[in-house]
Design a protein around this ligand. Sequence first.
Ligand code: HEC
Ligand code: HEC
Length: 282
Amino acid sequence: MNSAALVVSPQAKAAAAAAAACAKSLKAISYPGPPSNGSPTVSDARCRNGHIVTYGARNTIIYSAPPASLVPAGELLFAQNCSSCHGQNAQGGAAGPPLIGVGPATVNFWVTTGRMPAATPLSIQAQPKPPRLTAVEALKIAAYVNSLHPAAPFIPTVNVKAANLTDGASLFALNCAACHTITGAGDELAYGTNAPTLHGFTSRQVAEAIRTGPGNMPWFTGNLTDAQVRDIAAYVTEKIQHPSNPGGAGLGGVGPVAEGFVALLFGVGGLMLICFWIGDRA
Ligand code: HEC
Ligand code: HEC
């Protein structure tokens, strides 16, 4: 054997060490679910200083870690707004669950939808409300929580331009309409909980909801590919939030049965008026 083949260049050594660190980081942040169904994989992850910073694909969803430079500011915001319930180091307490390892998308979702900071501890279901913190503050807090224990899912950016809205419509009907209704208006669920309206949310928040399963919503990690999540998010933000109502007035999207009833009421009612009028003249 040629001994020269055993000599490893410093560059090759450094590259091997970086690859090992990246693989470790990938293992540390990965979450259940088959590869390419929203979990990071070796092939779609990008690494910096031994840490995964983004994963995913440009034409579907890119998941990004909040920048490490935001951690100190996030720590301060956390102490001011969150630690009273979630504990000084996010370890959890009597008034709130632990946030260690929940992943940046979960933190970002709960803060940008206004669920957090909660108004009252331990309600049946934290309600979305106008957010008290800004999007940048949410990102800072996500950076701090992620620094305690890096975890996926990272914060998604959805390429809605590449979406297939027809697929989005059928995927929505199949996976979401049972709870949120076909028009996305939301509905009551059991035990005083409800599936909220889907109007007024961004494609990022829709993808975060699907990938993190907030509260009583199921966790779709593993069931839906990133392309499918992209199609649903685009359908919600482009079609559900801007219905075109083919064939006339939307009637508030009350649904085919109720809309048929409105047609009966005015159609048959109108016909009866005409009958009375003809009858009168006879
Ligand atoms: C008044 C107490 C309170 C405050 C303040 C509060 N939380 Fe919460 N938080 C809760 C409770 C209770 C839950 C569980 C609610 C539920 O499941 O509906 C929760 C749930 C969460 C979750 C979801 C955890 C999971 O595993 O799904 C996140 C993320 C979160 N909080 C982040 C924050 C952040 C960030 C702040 C500060 C900006 C904050 N919370 C402030 C009480 C609080
Ligand atoms: C089993 C019922 C159920 C199904 C199925 C379901 N959801 Fe949800 N969804 C919920 C509930 C409950 C919440 C509120 C969670 C909370 O606040 O505790 C929610 C919250 C959301 C939110 C956040 C809205 C807000 O008010 O902040 C979005 C967005 C969302 N769902 C989208 C979807 C999409 C898209 C699908 C299909 C892929 C889906 N959901 C399927 C029950 C469901």
